[in-house]
Ligand binder design. Structure first.
Ligand SMILES: [Zn+2]
Length: 142
């Protein structure tokens, strides 16, 4: 999560909302990183999780990320939750909850929807206050 927070800081420096993610391989090694690049790239899908999923798949040479763990500073939105289900990651770890748009336990629970045939394990609240403070500080600065 510390590494994801450092990624999020890169987003903030570029004027993007600070959200950072890391993808860990089945052996726990660092596979890919990503941070929110919506403003930097003009791409509405360039959320930290999507960037990390794409890079991890490219690094592995396949779309299936079985055994992998995504660590992200903010609870995934519906788009990212969908991408995490589609990529078959085993585990999603997040810090701050997103009561307004979260899709991993807050507003929705897309990743653990029993109607889907793949449901990653979810671990939340890791360094929650630090992750939330980083976002609060960014918005206070605007
Ligand atoms: Zn998202």
């Amino acid at each position: 999560m510390r590494r994801a927070l450092a990624e999020a800081e890169l987003a903030a420096r570029a004027g993007d909302v600070p959200v950072g993610a890391v993808m860990l391989g089945p052996d726990g090694s660092l596979l890919a990183t990503g941070h929110n690049e919506r403003e930097a790239t003009g791409d509405p899908t360039a959320h930290a999780e999507i960037v990390a999923v794409r890079r991890a798949a490219a690094a592995l040479g396949q779309w299936r990320l079985s055994g992998c763990t995504l660590v992200v500073t903010l609870e995934p939105c519906t788009m990212c939750a969908g991408a995490l289900v589609q990529s078959r990651v085993d585990r999603v770890v997040y810090g701050a909850r997103d009561e307004k748009a979260g899709a991993a336990g807050s507003l929705w629970d897309v990743v653990r929807d029993r109607r889907l045939n793949h449901r990653p394990e979810v671990i939340h609240g890791v360094l929650e206050d630090v992750c939330a403070d980083q976002l609060t500080a960014f918005f206070r600065g605007l």
